[in-house]
Structure formats: structure tokens, C-alpha cells
Design a protein around this ligand. Structure first.
Ligand code: GLN
Length: 312
């Protein structure tokens, strides 16, 4: 059920976060992320009954980075279905988001679609049958449709920064290609991946885009099936187990809601049947997940009883 005082809850969380000193470190590997003010905090909660509760910088656009892996995975599953699981695993990695170590023992099959290696395979699948520009356009159109908001854009400066510095992602892609698990030219695959990471969205837009995952795969505005109920459950399961990389256990322990983080400081969370939540605060913890975003979600889960490990 929806807590009756949800607006008061998000207002209180935003006020607490505004007063916090320890925010972690803003990602600084590209200028487009490094210059973001660590003082930002935003939260938006879209509820199953169609309401929206927001506080703080909920309308400021930020780089969604790895949160995009949820949307790209959804598109890839729509294209090739369960055949995707021959090329990407479904187990938590226990390693950093950009780790290469497991790929050798596992023959170029990444552990899950939410670490970089797995997301790069997903990009390869989305690219099939397209020019890179079309694949990027498909991802952008998909996210706009989910959010019901044509104002969502890709930040080209961020995408270019990713390309200029993405040596490790290039290494991952080339390494997987050597095992035959990347089917298109590496520069094209990375072009798709870097542009999806550079999607710029506000908390409000992101919470809206995640609604289909709380609605058993249905688009809440159109009733159209984005994915089947079973697939929505499975994407949520992957978010719970793999959405915060080597911090996924800690996030489940503290928050208990499926979530996907990004190094821009955003986190998208899905409470099945109840809410789609986006938080943003750019400072990151040592695992690359938003420090205050995680804390805010911990507060929200405690105030609402929305941990999926609660009996409702
Ligand atoms: N663009 C980043 C990268 O590929 C995304 C990583 C993240 O958000 N965790 O390194």
C-alpha cells in the first residue's frame, strides 16, 4: 500500500540529505561528470496509482550512466528473447563494475547484464540489424516513450568524454570479441554503449521510465505490454542481485528493493506493484554507488515498509 504521507516522507528525506556533509566523491573521469555540484540531491516516487511525489532537485537532468543498462537490457530481450542468456549470465559478479577478471575463466561470457562487460554484449545485441545511429535512436525513443516525455536527450559531450577515456571498456569489448561474444565492430558497439550511458534525465523522468517494471511489464499510460509479467519480474530480480555491482549485497541488506545505480549518482528502484523511485546525488561511495542516494532509499524503505523482504 502507498503510505498516506508520502510527500511528507520525501520532503523529510530531502531535508535530511541537504544537511549531510559526507557525500562521497563525484566521478571525475570525464569533465561532463567531474564538474557536477556534489550538493545536488533529488528524489521522485511514481506510485502504482499514478501519482508522483518529488523533492529536492527532482527536475534537474543528470547523466544516468549505468542505470541505462536496465533499458538496454529490456530492448535486447525484446529482440532475441531468452537466447540472450547464452551470451550473458545472471549471477552477481562480486567485482567492480568495470572488472575484466572473470571473463577469462568464463570464456568471454560476462556474469550479468549490469556490469560493463554484460552491458557491452547487450549493446551488441541492440545494434544487430542497425546502423549505430539507429540503435542509439531506438534506445532514446524507448526511454522517451516509457517516460512519456520527448524532452529527454543524450548529452553529446558526456558521450564524447566516454569515448575519449573508455580504454577499459574497449579492452572488455575486444577481449569478448576474441571469444566470439561480440559480433559487430568494437567501435560501433562502444558507440552505442557510450551514448546510452550519456542519457540525461531528471529523477522525475527516470521514475516515470521505470514504471513498467512495477506494472508487471505494462506501460501504465497506454496499457501496452513492454515486456511480459515474467520478464518484468526477472529484470527486477537482476536489479536486486546485480544492480549495485559488488555493493549489491549491502544495498539489499540496507534497502531491500531492486535497484540499478550509475556513476552519475542516480539510482532507479522498483517496488513491484507499488512504486518506481529515482534518486540522485552525485557523490559516490567506494563501490561507485551514490552515497546519499543509497541512504535516502534506506530511509524511504524504513518509512514505508517497502522492502520486498517485508510481508505485506
Ligand atoms: N560510463 C561508465 C563506464 O562505462 C558507466 C559505469 C557506471 O555507471 N557504473 O565506465
Amino acid at each position: 500500500t502507498v503510505a498516506p504521507d508520502l510527500q511528507a516522507i520525501v520532503d523529510r528525506i530531502a531535508a535530511e540529505m541537504a544537511g549531510r556533509e559526507e557525500r562521497g566523491k563525484v566521478a571525475d573521469y570525464i569533465p561532463g561528470l567531474a564538474r557536477v555540484d556534489p550538493k545536488h540531491f533529488g528524489i521522485a516516487v511514481a506510485t502504482h496509482d499514478g501519482r508522483m511525489f518529488a523533492a529536492g532537485d527532482a527536475d534537474a537532468a543528470f547523466s544516468i550512466q549505468s542505470v541505462s543498462k536496465v533499458f538496454a537490457l529490456t530492448i535486447a530481450l525484446g529482440k532475441v528473447g531468452d537466447a540472450l542468456w547464452k551470451r550473458v549470465g545472471r549471477e552477481p559478479s562480486g567485482n567492480a563494475f568495470n572488472s575484466i577478471v572473470q571473463l577469462e575463466a568464463e570464456q568471454g561470457i560476462p556474469r550479468n547484464p549490469f556490469i560493463n562487460a554484460g552491458a557491452i554484449v547487450v549493446s551488441d545485441v541492440v545494434l544487430a540489424g542497425h546502423a549505430p545511429k539507429e540503435a542509439i535512436g531506438e534506445i532514446l525513443r524507448f526511454v522517451r516513450d516509457l517516460a512519456g516525455d520527448d524532452g529527454i536527450v543524450i548529452d553529446d559531450e558526456v558521450a564524447q568524454g566516454e569515448a575519449d577515456t573508455g580504454f577499459r571498456n574497449a579492452a572488455l569489448a575486444n577481449y569478448m570479441r576474441s571469444f566470439g561474444n561480440i559480433h559487430h565492430p568494437v567501435d560501433q558497439v562502444l558507440g552505442v554503449y557510450f551514448h546510452q550511458c550519456a542519457l540525461a534525465m531528471s529523477c522525475r523522468q527516470l521514475a516515470r521510465a521505470g514504471r513498467f517494471l512495477m506494472h508487471e511489464g505494462q506501460h501504465p499510460d497506454t496499457g501496452f505490454n513492454i515486456v511480459s509479467p515474467m520478464r518484468a519480474r526477472r529484470i527486477n530480480a537482476l536489479m536486486m542481485l546485480c544492480g549495485h555491482y559488488d555493493g549489491s549485497g549491502e544495498f539489499a541488506f540496507r534497502v531491500g528493493i531492486p535497484g540499478k545505480s550509475g556513476v552519475g549518482g542516480g539510482i532507479l528502484c522498483v517496488v513491484p506493484g507499488i512504486a518506481s523511485i529515482a534518486v540522485w546525488s552525485p557523490g559516490l561511495n567506494e563501490r561507485g554507488n551514490s552515497t546519499l542516494g543509497s541512504l535516502a532509499l534506506e530511509r524511504l524503505a524504513a518509512a514505508t515498509g517497502w522492502s520486498v523482504f517485508n510481508q505485506r
